[in-house]
Design a protein around this ligand. Structure first.
Ligand code: SAH
Ligand code: F3S
Length: 434
């Protein structure tokens, strides 16, 4: 049978990117960047903020027009919006052919077959109670230098603002042999750097093993040269984990550690379970162990009854720690979360202004951090052709900064080389091979 071609539009986090690659593999389909020629179009959606969830719904409407020219075209919605609104989506969008929650990915071949054979009209798969959540590995293009491995599905924390525990269910940790197998397969296909992903990766535990044990085992994988992981939860940073990071030369000098707010009062309202003192203490321990560790974080502005004083504490924190990167968002009320029932909310214009102040300050800090790289020699893993200029190659430093390198031939792709940083911009660096 001829392979079908699938176009997937992916919104949201790395977990969704990973899931999109799993869908391609599950369907044994040919991925395409051209929706006009696709047999199947899937919008893999994100529900984390209201804006993301609206974007997804309007994307479906756009692709519907293609059905006029291709009546066999199947259009489906997967991901967190699919999980959240389920049946309602089919009711609201008569041209939508199926709805698939994040845990249903292994079922997608069956879903497509059912539609093609007209056995079942407009299937919906949003059950949370499934055993095969990790069954399908992601599609990985031969020779692609970086890849992702999921080690955990769902989340057991109950942050008051967050929809993830609703849409992705409670935490399920993947057995270590499966993680190792998938890693080895990706390395065979050319991956040199793997990022291990989960909502709170460092809370991973399985069969008596903890996250730090997993890190130690991963470094034994032959041919794997770099290890990253995301996202870490502050309360689950242990001293043993820090030791593993320090002693394991494959682990990159980079940690994403979402803090959300600099104010204990707001952290409590968010149910984040740590204090700002705990967070700062962990950062100190990490920096002591790994002095050149690059840090990034997430911040939500305008949650609960955040006042000027709380906001100032968040500003103080970003000035104190000087994160390399900060992902900051205005709080968006999500259906069914504890945050939805909270009485006091920050007016939108106030939140917008605070967000603007924070982002402007962080822009300065990020640039300053990039300028500090000037003249330094960095190890860069070359990933491919530069997005700006097809004659240049690009890669990333261990600290996860993008470096473009001129006059380098493609035989360097997949190799770690020494690069001297000669220019620093807001979002990337320029270097030369030495
Ligand atoms: N465990 C994941 C959480 C994914 S959500 C992680 O820590 O990365 C990613 C980020 O989106 C969160 O850290 C938070 O800063 C932000 N976020 C989550 N819910 C939000 C909401 N309702 N409004 C605004 N931002 C939100
Ligand atoms: Fe969401 Fe908090 Fe989990 S931000 S994904 S509930 S750690």
């Amino acid at each position: 049978m001829k392979k079908e071609s699938v176009f997937i539009e992916t919104y949201g986090c790395q977990m969704n990117e990973y899931d999109s690659d799993r869908i391609i593999n599950a369907l044994n389909a040919i991925p395409t960047n051209e929706p006009n020629n696709a047999d199947i179009i899937i919008i893999n959606t994100c529900a984390i903020r209201e804006k993301a969830d609206h974007k997804a719904v309007s994307a479906i409407g756009r692709y519907n027009k293609l059905k006029k020219d291709n009546p066999n075209l199947i259009i489906g919605m997967s991901g967190c919006v699919a999980q959240l609104y389920g049946k309602k989506l089919l009711k609201d969008m008569p041209y939508l052919d199926f709805v698939l929650g994040p845990r249903g990915i292994p079922q997608i071949p069956k879903i497509i077959n059912n539609i093609r054979s007209e056995e079942k009209n407009r299937p919906i798969e949003t059950s949370m109670d499934v055993e095969d959540v990790f069954d399908i590995s992601p599609y990985h293009q031969e020779g692609k230098v970086v890849g992702f491995v999921s080690i955990q599905q769902g989340c057991n924390k109950k942050c008051a603002y967050c929809i993830v525990p609703t849409t992705r269910g409670s935490e399920i940790n993947r057995p270590m042999p499966e993680i190792i197998n998938e890693s080895q397969d990706l390395v065979k296909k050319g991956a040199r750097e793997l990022t291990y992903i989960g909502q709170t990766v460092n809370s991973w535990k399985h069969d008596g093993l903890r996250f730090f044990n997993l890190l130690d085992y991963l470094q034994e994988i032959d041919g794997l040269e770099r290890i990253r992981f995301t996202t870490s939860f502050p309360k689950d940073i242990t001293k043993k984990m820090i030791d593993s990071m320090k002693n394991n030369s494959k682990i990159c000098n980079q940690l994403h550690l979402p803090v959300q707010s600099g104010s204990n009062r707001i952290l409590r309202q968010m149910s984040r379970t740590y204090t700002i003192e705990w967070y700062r203490d962990r950062i100190e321990l990490l920096k002591e162990a790994i002095p050149d560790l690059a840090l990034s974080t997430d911040i939500i502005i305008g949650f609960g009854n955040e006042d000027e004083n709380d906001f100032q504490m968040t500003m103080d924190l970003i000035n104190l720690i000087e994160f390399d990167t900060v992902y900051s968002f205005k709080y968006s009320i999500r259906p069914g979360t504890p945050g939805e029932k909270m009485k006091s909310h920050v007016p939108d214009n106030v939140a917008s202004e605070r967000l603007h102040i924070l982002q402007a300050r962080q822009k300065e800090i990020t640039l300053k951090k990039n300028l500090e790289c000037l003249g330094k020699i960095e190890n860069v893993l070359i990933e491919g052709f530069s997005k700006q200029n097809q004659n240049d190659l690009f890669g990333r430093t261990s600290t996860n900064k993008v470096v473009n390198i001129k006059n380098l031939d493609e035989s360097h792709i997949g190799k770690i080389i020494n690069v001297k940083i000669i220019e620093a911009m807001q979002n990337s660096l320029i270097g030369e091979k030495i």
